[in-house]
Design a protein around this ligand. Structure first.
Ligand SMILES: Nc1ncnc2c1ncn2[C@@H]1O[C@H](COP(=O)(O)OP(=O)(O)OP(=O)(O)O)[C@@H](O)[C@H]1O
Length: 201
C-alpha cells in the first residue's frame, strides 16, 4: 500500500533524511519516531504529495502522491497540523457532509459521537470547541471516512487520557478494516501497538 525507496529530503545544505526505504502493507500500522525537527512531518508530507523529495520514489495507494488529485485524496485520509474543519458546522453536520461527499454509510452518528466523547457537543458549532474537542472531531472525520491509507501527524496532541485511549482504538479499527496507517508520534502506547517503527535521527 505504501512503498518508499531511497527517499531523501534536503533542507538547505543539510539532508533531513536520505536513502530511506520502507513499506507499509494493508492492515499494518507504522510509526515514525525521532526528536523535534528531525523531519517526521516532512516525511508524512512526502507521502501525501504536499512536499516533493529531492531523491527517491514514493508509491502510496497505487500511485505517486498528489494531494491535488481527487481520486488520490479519496483513498488517503490525513490529519496534519494544518488540517481544519468547518467552524460554522456542528459535529453532526460534519458527519452528514462526509457521508454525502463519500456516498458511504458511516453508521450510527449518535454512537460515533458518543465514542468520540462529543455527544454533548453534537449540535454546537465546532468553532466554539476546546483544543481537545477540535482534535477529537478532526480524528473522527479522518478515520470514519472511507480510506485505504491513513496518515496522522502527532494525533495525540491536546487529547486527554480517555482521548488518547480512543485514538489507539481508532487506529486499531482502521488497520482491522485493511488500511495502511502511518503515524508520527511521541505517544508510547502507539509505539507499542505499531507493526513497525521508522526511526529518524
Ligand atoms: N524543503 C525544506 N527546506 C528547508 N527546510 C525544510 C524543508 N523541509 C523541512 N525543512 C525543515 O526541516 C525541519 C524538520 O521539520 P519537521 O516539521 O518535518 O520535523 P518534525 O520531526 O516533524 O518535528 P516535531 O517533532 O517538532 O514536529 C524543520 O526545521 C523544517 O523547517
Amino acid at each position: 500500500m505504501i512503498d518508499v525507496r531511497g527517499l531523501g529530503v534536503q533542507a538547505g545544505e543539510h539532508w533531513l533524511f536520505d536513502g530511506l526505504d520502507f513499506e507499509v502493507e494493508a492492515g499494518e500500522c507504522a510509526v515514525i519516531v525521532g526528536p523535534n525537527g528531525v523531519g517526521k512531518s516532512t516525511l508524512l508530507r512526502c507521502l501525501y504529495g504536499t512536499q516533493t523529495p529531492q531523491r527517491g520514489r514514493v508509491v502510496v495507494a497505487g500511485g505517486k502522491p498528489d494531494e491535488r488529485d481527487v481520486s488520490f485524496r479519496r483513498k488517503v485520509s490525513v490529519l496534519f497540523d494544518d488540517s481544519d474543519f468547518f467552524a460554522e458546522l456542528t459535529p453532526l453536520q460534519h458527519l452528514e457532509l462526509l457521508e454525502g461527499s463519500f456516498g458511504a454509510d458511516l453508521g450510527d452518528f449518535d454512537a460515533l459521537l458518543s465514542d468520540a466523547g462529543l455527544s454533548e457537543r453534537a449540535k454546537v458549532t465546532a468553532g466554539k470547541f476546546s483544543a481537545g474537542q477540535r482534535r477529537r472531531l478532526l480524528l473522527l472525520g479522518a478515520t470514519v471516512r472511507p480510506h485505504d491509507v491513513l496518515l496522522l501527524d502527532e494525533p495525540e496532541r491536546a487529547l486527554d487520557v480517555a482521548g488518547k485511549e480512543w485514538l489507539t482504538s481508532l487506529i486499531a479499527r482502521s488497520t482491522k478494516a485493511g488500511a495502511a496507517v502511518v503515524v508520527a508520534t511521541h505517544h508510547p502506547p502507539l509505539l507499542e501497538a505499531a507493526d513497525s517503527t521508522l526511526e529518524l535521527w
